[in-house]
Design a protein around this ligand. Structure first.
Ligand code: ATP
Length: 933
């Protein structure tokens, strides 16, 4: 009994295990199945738009980008954004003049493969179309080395080419176009540097305005720059370099210039790291060293400043004092105070930075003056914004805060634009739905720039207080004022004063130390006044107008801090962006090492987050991330409502062919889709329907597509699975029934066949038996008759024979027998008549049960053959039985001795055969013989 129970338990367990296993494998296959339905992974590289991958998730988007990158397709749309992957190798055919012309002349460039030229052409056509807002902005963003500068260059070349091709006054345009293009290397020389992340990294943001006249021809351009990294002049991170211009000057200077600029080729410069041996530096200032003064009240001693003073053409002693002595204002009295060695160093760096920044601004103004068209000449513009991407390093300070703030601003603008685009698609599809649930990054922006309290406002306040800044105090202040905002937090374990901001692209921790100083960006007034005294006309003009507010010249209330300046310029930029039609290009760096055609998933996903693509995905998810055309929907889920899809489709097609417009087709399909959705929704909540007021947060039927949330997709899948397993069960039952029926039919047919064959065989056998029996009967009767006749005739002839024949034969045989004891018949020359006993007589006269002929050998055979009247050497001889030897007078006489007959084989043809295998039935001749024995 226990064994039996154990067996049952084992079977149940096995069954459960198998069921689980089956369910798991079913689930696995189902997941793959849905994936295959929503998106064909093998075809991922063919998706030109990331928002078309289903479902729109970071992982599918990433897979799609990777597949395209492997297939050497570098541009992909992401809704209203273009994603540009950096190939890190020249792809000349992608940017050739022919390709530019192809995109420019195409009736529908959007139908071409995604390309930066589509963005350029779209913007250009928008200006041509004069649809409000006519002015366009091309926003190119991405992290350092992602390809922003490359992309901006491509865009400028495109417009230059397009403008040239359709320009009548070639000369003017070529001039402008040349100037626009030629300004790039100059700007890059002054504003770019070799960094760890990019060997030609732009250390400033720029907005280039390409000015177009009424005929949409390029007539001028202007550049605005943002946040130049001027600290690089005096400080470079290990293994990084100073701005390119210094190295270029050192490398390219002629002997004459070297003499003029005091650049001996052997000289090393502290501010020019990683220069080749032959290179020298321009910045003699960097080689000015300070040694502590012998007395505390005395300023530091200087070394190497004379060359700098000569080059800057400022009085040597004034340069020395401005670097080593500070002027303090005490009421109307000014007091001179010697600076410490480190303060001297800060002042020296400040001098270099302020000169470089002013020079850079001057350069930009110069370029603008040479490119900018008169305002009367142009009416529209295409703006090109190349800004730093989101930054998050180990140590982040004010620069990163400003950059990330700018990115937050742009992200907000982008999100608003993207939401608008999404909303427009919903409207086109007839959906009454809005993204009211979507939370944008306003909270984070309020934290950084809001009023009355924000990071910027508190930083500015701190600077205006004109006191020595204390990082710890500032942190306490931040905590007190801003702790209500959820976008700011503090790491309690960190000892360094800091704050962490939750940006849209991730959390960034900013160190407070040094932030206030950077915000003040103080320029000692002594430095400005020295520079104003420069004999160098350029340097003099840079500072002569006194534009630059120095520490001393401004009242504390008027302090213009870095963040307030940056905020102002950003606000004016945002105003421009808001007044234009934006086009976003997100440049992605596929690997940190700038290796050609190498795709690192972790790198890319981080950038997708930082450039807002993941946010785009979130926005999609906040709406209806899954959009399925009616036809595809019904193909997969039609079975839920048992919808006769093909019938409806056929009907729809008939409508189309008859009526032309596709709407009737869509309407028919739409009603079938609604049937399916209603069924699923009813199961979830019996009273729910697909009315616009009900369930509209889950699903919407547009004009051509169904818009679904993830949860409704899951419900649909669940329903489909249930219906599928019911159908599968039904199919199994039918199949089994069919199989059983087939098996029965086969068995019946086989039995019938067997019966037919058996009866045919039996009939055939019986026929044979009948034939054999009649032959036997006939033969038997004939034989009996013949025997009777023979017996009669023999009886009549016996006496005559004895008298005539015996007397003639015997004498012939007698001597032979006497001589040999036996007779060789062949030796008898004359024919011998052998007369055998009629078998009937022989048998009848047999004295015992065993019949045996006394004749032996050949004689016996002959006798038998004769008895049976079988021909044996016809007419050759006659055989006499031994009865004659014994002097038989009459055949009627009883033969003496025993007669034995051994017949091993019947001479009759069918004697051994019997129709049924019955051992007890013996017929024919054998029967006769047996009857006799
Ligand atoms: N489309 C492209 N085809 C070929 N090479 C490219 C392409 N885009 C970028 N590159 C390569 O990548 C390098 C870095 O690009 P780029 O200087 O434009 O980056 P960036 O985003 O402007 O960086 P940063 O912010 O540091 O200035 C280029 O020097 C170039 O070699």
């Amino acid at each position: 009994m226990s064994l039996f129970l154990h067996q049952i338990w084992r079977n149940v367990a096995l069954h459960q295990y198998r069921t689980q296993d089956l369910r798991k494998s079913l689930n696995d296959s189902l997941e793959g199945d849905i994936r295959d339905f929503l998106i064909n992974e093998a075809e991922l590289h063919t998706y030109d738009d990331l928002t078309k991958v289903n479902p729109v998730t970071p992982s599918t988007v990433l897979k799609c980008l990777q597949a395209r990158y492997s297939a050497k397709v570098f541009y992909t749309h992401a809704g209203c954004t273009l994603v540009a992957l950096n190939p890190f190798q020249p792809i000349p055919h992608l940017y050739s003049l022919d390709v530019m012309r192809e995109y420019h002349t195409a009736p529908q460039p959007q139908e071409f493969k995604p390309h930066i030229f589509i963005v350029a052409e779209e913007a250009y056509r928008n200006v041509q179309g004069q649809v409000e807002p006519i002015n366009q902005s091309l926003v190119v963003s991405g992290e350092s080395g992602a390809g922003k500068t490359w992309t901006s260059r491509c865009l400028m070349k495109y417009y230059a080419t397009v403008a040239t091709s359709s320009q009548k006054c070639q000369d003017t345009v070529e001039k402008i176009e040349r100037r626009v293009l030629d300004s790039n290397p100059v700007m890059e020389a002054f504003g770019n540097a070799c960094t760890l992340r990019n060997s030609n990294s732009s250390r400033f943001g720029k907005y280039i305005q390409l000015q177009l006249n009424g005929s949409q021809l390029l007539v001028g351009a202007s550049v605005q720059t943002y946040l130049l990294e001027k600290t690089r002049v005096a400080f470079q991170a290990p293994t990084e370099r100073n701005f390119h211009i210094f190295y270029q000057m050192m490398k390219g200077a002629t002997e004459k210039q070297r003499l003029e600029w005091m650049l001996p080729s052997e000289q090393d410069f502290a501010w020019l790291p990683h220069a080749e041996k032959t290179l020298e530096g321009l910045l003699q200032l960097g080689n000015v060293y300070f040694s502590p003064a012998s007395e505390e009240a005395q300023p530091c001693d200087l070394d190497g400043h004379s060359k700098a003073a000569d080059l800057l053409q400022v009085p040597l002693d004034e340069l020395q004092s401005c670097l080593t002595v500070r002027t303090l204002l005490a009421g109307k009295q000014s007091v001179l105070k010697p600076c410490s060695q480190s303060e001297c160093g800060v002042r020296r760096d400040c001098l270099a930075k302020v000169i470089y920044a002013q020079l850079f601004d001057w350069l930009v103004t110069f370029i603008n003056n040479s490119m900018c068209a008169d305002s009367s000449m142009w009416c529209n513009f295409i703006g090109l914004l190349d800004v730093y991407g989101f930054e998050c390093f180990l140590l982040n300070n004010l620069e990163q805060l400003c950059i990330n703030y700018a990115n937050e601003k742009l992200q907000q603008h982008f999100v608003a634009h993207y939401l608008k685009a999404q909303q427009e698609e919903y409207v086109t599809e007839g959906l009454q739905w809005s993204f009211i649930r979507y939370q944008d990054n306003q909270g984070c922006l309020d934290l950084i720039e809001g009023s009355p309290s924000s990071i910027f406002s508190l930083l500015n306040e701190e600077c205006r207080l004109n006191r020595v800044s204390d990082a710890k105090q500032f942190r306490v202040r931040l905590q007190k004022e801003l702790s209500d905002n959820t976008s700011i937090s503090w790491d309690k374990l960190s000892k360094e004063p800091h704050f962490t901001v939750a940006h849209y692209a991730g959390n960034v921790s900013y160190q407070i130390e040094g932030m206030m100083e950077k915000n003040k960006d103080p320029v000692p007034p002594e430095i400005i006044s020295v520079l104003q005294k420069s004999q160098d006309s350029l340097l003099h003009s840079l500072f002569a107008d006194g534009d630059r507010e120095s520490e001393g010249s401004r009242g504390h209330s008027k302090v213009v801090t870095v963040v307030s300046k940056f905020k102002n310029s950003l606000e004016s930029l945002m105003k421009i962006l808001h007044s234009t039609t934006p086009h976003y290009t997100r440049c992605i760096k596929p690997n940190p090492d700038c290796r050609p055609l190498t795709f690192k998933k972790e790198e890319v996903i981080a950038q997708l987050e930082a450039c807002g693509i993941v946010e785009t995905i979130n926005i999609s998810a906040a709406g209806f991330p899954i959009r399925i055309p009616y036809g595809s929907f019904l193909q997969r889920y039609g079975l839920i409502a048992n919808t006769r899809l093909t019938a409806r489709m056929n009907r729809a097609n008939t409508h189309v062919s008859l009526t032309g417009p596709e709407m009737s087709d869509q309407a028919v399909l739409g009603s079938a889709v609604e049937d399916v959705l209603n069924l699923v929704l009813k199961r979830r909540a019996p009273n729910s329907t697909l009315s616009p007021d009900d369930n509209n947060s889950l699903v919407h039927c547009g004009r051509t597509k169904v818009f679904l949330t993830h949860s409704l997709l899951e419900m649909l899948e669940e329903h489909r699975n249930r219906v599928c397993s019911q159908k599968a069960f039904c199919i199994q039952c039918c199949w089994r029934r069919y199989q059983t029926r087939q098996r029965n039919l086969r068995t019946q047919a086989a039995t019938r066949l067997q019966a037919v064959v058996r009866s045919w065989l039996v009939r055939r056998e019986i026929k044979k038996w009948h034939k054999a029996a009649s032959i036997i009967q006939t033969t038997w009767r004939r034989w009996r008759a013949w025997m009777d006749a023979l017996a009669e005739a023999e009886l009549d002839d016996a006496e005559d024979f004895m008298e005539n024949e015996a007397s003639s034969v015997l004498p012939k045989l007698d001597p032979l027998l006497k001589e040999r004891g036996s007779v060789q018949l062949s030796s008898i020359q004359e024919p011998v008549l052998v007369r055998g006993w009629p078998i009937g007589l022989a048998m009848a006269s047999a004295p015992s049960v065993t019949v045996s002929l006394t004749a032996t050998g050949f004689q016996r055979i002959m006798s038998m053959m004769a008895c049976l009247k079988s021909p044996f050497r016809h007419g050759g001889y006659k055989v006499k039985t031994n009865q004659f030897d014994q002097g038989v007078a009459s055949i009627r006489a009883q033969p003496r001795g025993s007669i034995k007959m051994h017949l091993q084989r019947s001479p009759l043809l069918y004697a051994d055969m019997h129709p049924v295998h019955k051992t007890d039935v013996v017929t024919g001749f054998n029967q006769i013989l047996l009857e006799r024995t």
